[in-house]
Every structure is written in C-alpha cells, then in structure tokens.
Design a protein around this ligand. Structure first.
Ligand code: SAM
Ligand code: SF4
Length: 345
C-alpha cells in the first residue's frame, strides 16, 4: 500500500484563501453590525426609513463567529460599520472578541467607521479592544449645515467624540461626502483643519444607492474638479500610501496632512477590489453596486463551519467584476434599492 503524503501546510493554507473569479485576492471584510442610525444623512437615507425587525438580526456572538470563519479563510482586515455601529449595544465587546485575532497575528487590522455621536463614551474601550485607526464621517463643521445634511445631528457632540478618540490614541481619518451646493465651499477649510489636527482626510463622491428625497444630480460633485480647485490653493504631492481601501492619496505640502479621494463615479477602482460585506442579517454582498448576495445566516445556524465555507465560496464565485454607478439624468433610478446604511462603508 502506498501512503499519500499530506500537502505542505503552506499549500493548504493558500487553497483556503479567498480569490474571486477575476483572480482578485479578497482579504478585507466589512461587517455592518446594525442598519439603524441616530442620524439621517440626506445622501444616505430617506427621512422615513424602515429598519430590520430585531428578530432578523444576528447576535453579537454570531457576528463574532462569522468573523472567526472569515479570518480562518484568510481575511486580514475587518471594518465594523453600519448604520451607526456605536448605536449597537455591546459593540466594544464585539470589537474585543474579534480583536483577539490581532494578538495571534491572524488579523492585521480591526477598524471602525462611525458618525462619532457616541464616540466620546466608547473611544477608550475601542482602543482597549485593539482598534488603532477609525474613520469618522464629518460632512461639515458648521453647526447649521451639519444639522441640515444629517437632518438631526449636533456637530458639537461629534467634535467632542473626535477629541475623545484622539485623546484615546486612535488615529483618525475624516470622511466627507462632497455635496454640490452644500459643503463644497468648506472643503479647503476641512483640509486645513484636518492637517492641523493630525487627521487624514478623504473626500467621497456620492453614490446612487437607495431612493432619497433629493435628486442626486443636484448634489453630485465630481472629485476631479474638486482636486483641480484644491491644486490652485495647495501643493498636492504624490503619495504611495494605501490603506487597503479604495482611496487614492496625496500629501498636502502646506499642512503635511494626507488627503484621499474616493471616486466611484469618475475613476472606477474595482480592478483592485479586495472587499466583501456582510450585513447584520447575515447577507454576504460581494459588491456595493449589485443586489446579488448569499445568505450566511442559515449556514451559520444550521450547517456549521463547512456550510459557511461553502456559502462563502459560492459568493466568491459570483463576485462581479465592477459596479456601474452613474449619476446622469434627473429622476434616474438608483443603481440598487439598498441604502448605504444596510451594507455600510
Ligand atoms: N454611520 C457611520 C458613518 O456615517 O460613518 C457608518 C456607516 S456610513 C453608511 C459609512 C460611510 O458611507 C460614511 O462615510 C457615509 O458618509 C458614506 N455614505 C453613505 N451613503 C453614501 C452614498 N450614497 N454615497 C457615498 N457615500 C455614502
Ligand atoms: Fe447614519 Fe452614517 Fe448613513 Fe449618516 S451616513 S445616516 S451617520 S449610517
């Protein structure tokens, strides 16, 4: 009888890695821990939203179990998002649970995207969980404009949260969705403020996700024009830094700060996509701009790890090559009906 030698450990680890049908290595998972939020940003949500019934939500333990399964398949970076992740009770416990993989080296980074309204109370616990870097959405520092964009928000509370996160030692990147006729005039001041605070700053083009009250053509601001305008005022130096996300960076010579551009409309970046997203319902979406998804909840609850692995492989095989976002023409339907709060950013 001939005995068959087991494959070398490295080869079997590689076989478990997530690679899609276009050869892209997928090692970045975003977990939306809730679809709820205390704000109602006009480009993200409609004023009257209905949220998922609580019985449909995965528990924090189930979300941690999902994270374990993805890490075992080679995911190296996890971002917690929402909705507003800090509105989910027990979020620091979830972060702590997932954070144990940072200590073993199985995970490179655990991060969070937040609106910062509840950051002041939770910043220390997040830092203790192993989070080192967070993204904070801040579309304006002007109280009235911030209130208008978010419909309900108090910018002082957000700035307080940001200050607490800085004091807790978290590196901060400010995200601002560039909105024509709303915050476009504030962009240079935000570049300067972020530079002075030691924060990275990223501008984002608004994406046509879900029906909102405003026509997106009224608010869409292509970032190539914004960049040209900034170049008249600042010296933007080439920068090779990448965070594993879709932003492309420059360095602002005058402030020393890093400035990123996320351009889903004007410069498609799907070629290098390394991401997938799981919702709090347990749906695995392989692209923000497509409705296709695989249900992980059933696999998680009834089939165990093998069923989960099979479901992940199925999703991977169907990851689309790219999204096809465009904001062209009044009253155009969104690319997908799903609002951004379901899958998170
Ligand atoms: N509530 C948290 C926050 O606002 O940071 C996390 C979730 S929010 C959906 C994540 C990011 O998506 C935020 O930076 C937000 O500005 C951005 N976003 C929401 N809707 C968007 C849209 N339609 N187009 C582009 N960015 C959007
Ligand atoms: Fe809430 Fe974030 Fe959406 Fe604003 S962008 S409504 S803070 S989920």
């Amino acid at each position: 009888m001939t005995s068959v030698a087991p494959p070398p450990a490295r080869a079997s680890a590689d076989a478990a890695m997530l690679r899609d049908g276009f050869g892209r290595r997928i090692d970045y998972l975003r977990i939306s821990v809730t679809d709820r939020c205390d704000l109602r940003c006009r480009y993200c949500m409609a004023e009257a939203m209905s949220f998922l019934p609580r019985r449909e939500l995965l528990s924090l333990e189930e979300l941690a179990e999902l994270a374990d399964a993805f890490i075992a398949r080679g995911v190296r970076k996890i971002r917690l998002t929402g909705g507003e992740p800090l509105a989910r009770r027990g979020l620091p416990d979830l972060a702590h649970d997932i954070g144990r993989h940072l200590k073993t080296g199985a995970l490179d980074e655990l991060t969070l995207t937040t609106n910062a309204t509840r950051l002041a109370e939770q910043a220390d616990a997040l830092a203790r969980a192993g989070i080192r870097r967070i993204n904070v959405s801040l579309d304006s520092r002007d109280p009235a404009l911030f209130r208008h964009i978010t419909r309900t928000g108090d910018v002082a509370q957000v700035l307080h949260g940001i200050a607490a996160a800085k004091a807790a030692g978290l590196a901060i990147k400010i995200n601002m969705v560039a909105l024509k006729g709303l915050n476009e005039g504030e962009i240079p001041a935000m570049v300067e403020w972020c530079g002075a605070q030691g924060f990275d700053f990223t501008l984002i083009e608004t994406m046509p996700l879900g029906v909102v009250e405003e026509d997106r053509t009224d608010r869409y601001l292509p970032l190539d024009g914004v960049r040209r305008a900034l170049e008249e005022r600042f010296t933007l130096l080439p920068e090779t830094h990448r965070t594993g996300g879709p932003a492309r960076y420059v360095r602002v010579a005058e402030t020393g700060g890093r400035l990123g551009f996320i351009t889903p409309l004007t410069h498609n970046f799907c070629e290098g996509c390394n991401r997938m997203r799981v919702t709090v319902q347990g749906r695995l979406y392989m692209c923000l701009g497509h409705e296709d998804h695989v249900d992980l909840k059933q696999a998680l609850r009834e089939g165990g790890r093998a069923a989960l692995d099979a479901a992940i492989d199925e999703a991977l095989a169907h990851k689309p090559q790219r999204h096809h976002f465009q904001i062209a023409g009044r009253n155009a339907a969104p690319a997908v009906d799903r609002h951004m709060n379901v899958t998170g950013g």
